[in-house]
Design a protein around this ligand. Structure first.
Ligand code: NAP
Length: 320
C-alpha cells in the first residue's frame, strides 16, 4: 500500500463535496493499493463551521501543500490558484481542477503540463457529465466537424423564466436570490463562462493552441421578451449556444443567444441540465446531456480524475 498525500484548494460547494466523496470511495482507493491522506484544505476563513470529515486540517496557510503528491483545485479565480499550483506543476506533480476560467485564460502556461499528462480537468466543462474524457480519447479517431452546446445553467434558468413571462431583470434577480448566478453576473449572462468552456473543448477537437480571444461572445443580456415570444410563435426557443465548426482552413467559434427548434436536443435536455451535440465524420452525431453544476456532480468528475491518476491514466492531453 503506498500513501499519497492530497492537498485541496477550496472547501466551498465543490471542495466540500470532493472531501465527502473521497471519504465515501476510500474502499475503491484502497483496492488500487493507495492509502490516500488529505494533508490539508486551503480556505479564506478557517474559522467558519464546515461539514467536513472529522480531523480534516482546514487552514488559510498554504504551506501544507509542500508535502502533497497530488493537488485538487476547487477555489476558482485565475491568478491566485495558478500561483499556488505553479510549484507542483513545475515539479511534475499532478493537478486536478474544475477551473475553466484559469484553463481558458492561462493556457499559454498550462498547455505544456496538459501535454505532459499532469493536468486533469473533466469537471471544468459540464461538471460531472463526461465530455472531455471522450474528446481527449476515443473521439480522436473521427474527423471533427462541429459542436453546439448549452453549458451555462444560469442562462438556461433565466431564459426559461423569461419563457414563463418574467422580464430579464426579474429572472436574473431570482437566479441571484437562489444562488445560481455569480455576483456580479457578467461571467454567466455575458457569455464568458460559456466561452471559457468552449475554449477548453476546442483544444481537443480543433486546435491545441485555441485561444479564448478566437471566440466571438454575446451574452443573454440583450434578449428581450419580444425575442422569446417571436421564437415561441415559430415553434422555437432561445438558448445561449456555444458553437464551433470548420470555416475554410480555420474555425468559427461563437457564443450567442440562438433560436432552435423546440424539439432540438439542446432544448429538450431540461432547464437545469447541460447538453452538447457533437459531430464527427466517422462517429456521426453524438449527444451528451446531464447535470452541469452542483457540488456532488462536479465532485464525481474530480474524484474520477483522482482515481484515473492513482491507477496511472494520464490527464487530459489536448491536441499537439
Ligand atoms: N459550483 C459548481 O457547480 C461548479 C461546477 C463546475 C466547476 N466549478 C468550478 O469549481 C471551482 C469552485 O467553485 P465553487 O462553486 O465550489 O466555489 P465556492 O463555493 O465559492 O468555494 C470556493 C472556495 O475556495 C476558497 N477560496 C477562494 N478564494 C480563496 C483564496 N484566495 N485563498 C484561499 N481560499 C480561497 C473559499 O474559501 P472560504 O470558504 O473561506 O470562503 C471556498 O472554500 C470554480 O473554479 C468553479 O468554476 C464549480
Amino acid at each position: 500500500m503506498r500513501t499519497v498525500a492530497v492537498g485541496l484548494l477550496g472547501c466551498g460547494t465543490v471542495g466540500a463535496s470532493v472531501l465527502r466523496l473521497l471519504e465515501a470511495r476510500r474502499d475503491i482507493i484502497e483496492d488500487i493499493g493507495v492509502n490516500l491522506e488529505v494533508a490539508g484544505v486551503l480556505v479564506r476563513d478557517p474559522h467558519r463551521e464546515r461539514d467536513v470529515p472529522q480531523g480534516t486540517r482546514v487552514t488559510s496557510d498554504p504551506s501544507f501543500l509542500m508535502e502533497c503528491g497530488l493537488v485538487i483545485e476547487a477555489m476558482g479565480g485565475v491568478d491566485r490558484p495558478l500561483d499556488l499550483l505553479r510549484p507542483y506543476l513545475r515539479s511534475g506533480r499532478p493537478v486536478v481542477t474544475a477551473n475553466k476560467a484559469m484553463l481558458a485564460e492561462r493556457w499559454d502556461e498550462l498547455r505544456q503540463y496538459a501535454l505532459d499528462g499532469d493536468l486533469y480537468y473533466e469537471a471544468s466543462v459540464m461538471a460531472g457529465t463526461p465530455v472531455i474524457g471522450p474528446m481527449s480519447t476515443v473521439l480522436r479517431a473521427s474527423r471533427f466537424e462541429s459542436l453546439e452546446a448549452v453549458v451555462n445553467g444560469t442562462c438556461n434558468y433565466i431564459l426559461t423564466r423569461m419563457e414563463g413571462g418574467d422580464a430579464y431583470e426579474d429572472a436574473l434577480a431570482e437566479a441571484q436570490r437562489l444562488g445560481y448566478a455569480e455576483d456580479p453576473p457578467t461571467l454567466d449572462v455575458g457569455g464568458w463562462d460559456s466561452a471559457h468552456k468552449l475554449a477548453v473543448l476546442a483544444r481537443f477537437c480543433a486546435d491545441g493552441d485555441f485561444a479564448l480571444s478566437d471566440i466571438s461572445v454575446r451574452g443573454i443580456d440583450t434578449v428581450t421578451p419580444h425575442d422569446i415570444e417571436e421564437a415561441r410563435r415559430a415553434g422555437e426557443r432561445v438558448k445561449l449556444v456555444a458553437s464551433l465548426r470548420r470555416d475554410g482552413d480555420g474555425w468559427a467559434a461563437s457564443v450567442a443567444p440562438t433560436r432552435l427548434p423546440a424539439d432540438h436536443p439542446l432544448c429538450t435536455a431540461g432547464a437545469s441540465r447541460n447538453a452538447m451535440v457533437y459531430r464527427g465524420e466517422e462517429c456521426g452525431e453524438l449527444i451528451f446531456a446531464g447535470g452541469g453544476a452542483g457540488g456532488t456532480i462536479t465532485a464525481s468528475a474530480m474524484v474520477g480524475d483522482v482515481l484515473d491518476n492513482l491507477i496511472g491514466f494520464p490527464g487530459h492531453v489536448p491536441l499537439h
